[in-house]
Design a protein around this ligand. Structure first.
Ligand code: AMP
Length: 209
């Protein structure tokens, strides 16, 4: 089973992707995380990607397909994948058609004011990548590895506004593109509340396959 998660920034795609991966044995792939790995290494791809990411803009198609295809080629992906943050444009969805058969697209919905609130409160561990919220966790240090938490450059207000504008303009057309395999779920509540209908749906889908 191969899935896609779409939803505006702050809707909790990463959290839901991990829950699905755990319960259904799928490999979660976040293109944002793949880019951040390259940025942390300081390699050429990371330097180029960061010039787009730090401003809240999308990385060009060729570079994005390059990192995605490389990840999909790894043996663990045979079990099925859950894509978080890809595709983000119709162009990417067309390119994906050639490399992956998608069974279901989960569309998380959240009001823009809540997206902004959640993103401004997000802190990440620069060492292990664990994500925290200043509202829910109120931590300054990572509870797994002890590193001081930081705010991502693209979680600052100007970049957030750009990212949401980009999402509305380029990513929402995907909802029509995938209308024959779409599950729409509100992400306004808790992660567990959001996940419940997703899990029910995927359990039924898994039985049919
Ligand atoms: P995310 O962690 O998914 O919010 O991604 C962080 C940033 O990485 C985005 O704001 C984009 O700059 C870049 N990025 C992630 N996924 C893609 C994609 N599918 N296409 C282009 N850029 C992407």
């Amino acid at each position: 089973m191969n899935l896609i998660l779409i939803g505006p920034q702050g809707s909790g795609k990463g959290t839901i992707a991990k829950k699905i991966a755990n319960d259904f044995g799928l490999v979660p792939i976040s293109t944002g995380d793949l880019f951040r790995e390259h940025i942390a290494k300081g390699d050429e791809l990371g330097v180029i990607a960061n010039s787009y990411i730090s401003r809240g803009n999308l990385v060009p198609l060729d570079l994005t397909m390059k990192i995605l295809k490389a990840r999909l080629k790894k043996a663990d992906c045979k079990a099925g994948v859950i894509l978080d943050g890809f595709p983000r444009t119709l162009e990417q969805a067309e390119a994906l058609k050639k490399v992956l058969n998608v069974d279901c697209v989960i569309n998380l919905t959240l009001e823009r004011k809540d997206c902004i609130k959640r993103m401004l409160s997000r802190r990440v561990c620069p060492n292990c990548g664990k994500v925290f919220s200043t509202i829910l966790d109120r931590k300054r240090k990572c509870d797994s590895c002890g590193a001081k938490l930081v705010q991502r450059d693209d979680d600052k207000l100007d970049a957030i506004k750009t990212r949401l504008e980009v999402y509305d303009k380029t990513t929402t057309p995907l909802i029509d593109f995938y209308s024959d395999r779409l599950l729409k779920v509100s992400a306004a509540g808790s992660p567990d509340g959001t996940y419940k209908p997703v899990k029910n749906f995927l359990t039924k889908l898994g039985r049919r396959k």
